[in-house]
Design a protein around this ligand. Sequence first.
Ligand code: SF4
Length: 395
Amino acid sequence: MKDKQPKHLEIILKVSERCNLNCSYCYVFNMGSDLALNSAPVISRATINSLKNFLERSVREYSIDVIQIDLHGGEPLMLKKERMAVLCALIREGDYNGASVQIGIQTNATLIDEEWIEIFSRYHVSVSISIDGPKHVNDIHRLDHQGRSSYEKTLRGYKLLSTRSTDGKKEINAPVLSVLTPKANGSELFSHLYDVMGCRNFDFLLPDCNYDNPIDTAAIGRSLIEICDKWYAQNDPDCVVRIVNAHMAHLAGNKKNVVLGVTNVNKNALALAFTVTSQGEIYVDDTLRSTHSDIFTSIGNITHTSLEEIFASRQLIALNIIQDTIPRECSECVWRNICAGGRPINRYSSIDGFTGKTIYCDAMKMFLGRCASILNEMGVSIEELVINLGIENDK
Ligand code: SF4
């Protein structure tokens, strides 16, 4: 067995390639890719078996500490409960040479009921809910195929999860994931999640836009600042707003802190993440399907492809080069070691590929500037910030 990286293997597993909602920004269905609709609607038992075999082979190839399986869709709860239970049981039964197995699910929560909660509980599946904010914000993008709001159903699912109790105590406090929209007020988004939903663990994603598919980035930057200010004013150490906490920790000098989606974990090959479709086909970062780039073509199939072959694939090598290369226009930026030019999907243009900086450059400068000024107010000196940013040798 190779005593080398990766230590953390993450698989974004498409258990359902269909969705009961029709969110307008969805990169799976509404940004020009037909991969999902050309794949089997749900994962088969044969593919589930292949996945277990693939994982068992992989831990014999590499000394892996953690296997993380993210159950994704479409909407993953469109898989029948019986098959989901089989999937979780088979994954949990595998012999992974001591590696721990984490199973998570990202769901719109509209289909959650007590039976689903029992399955999550039985197989230790951590659940994360997608909702963009109060009804008038959530309704901007997250409608069903008939154009109807999904807000009430998602909130009902979230409440069912959050109020399930053992001995009067809350058992699950599901984290929430929101996609930012230029029309929303960040302070209102924060208040909705914190006060109305009672959530204490949430995150905000920048929309998967790029130079071919632009967005009002200044408005996104304004929202990020409003979220940052609200987080600071709330002053609740039990509340984690990942995008804020992760960047703050990095700016405060926590070198071990990984800003997911920002820090290049591939650089030292500490972690490897890839997508597996309902038919077992292997692809790189799922969001890149909307680029129609050569990078998002099949690497192989879990039935016969080894982890070493995935590592050596031209698609993964190309992605690593993109992530390892800070765009030239970022070379003198004070934020270059934390922003690093941004996520590949936000750097893409059909003319220049992935060579440019993120379209969210202005938003990141606004956001990181506010994070730094808050830390300075909290007692972190400018000199410390300069060292933590790794720019002390800049002229
Ligand atoms: S803030 Fe802009 S210039 Fe600075 S690293 Fe990020 S994308 Fe590059």
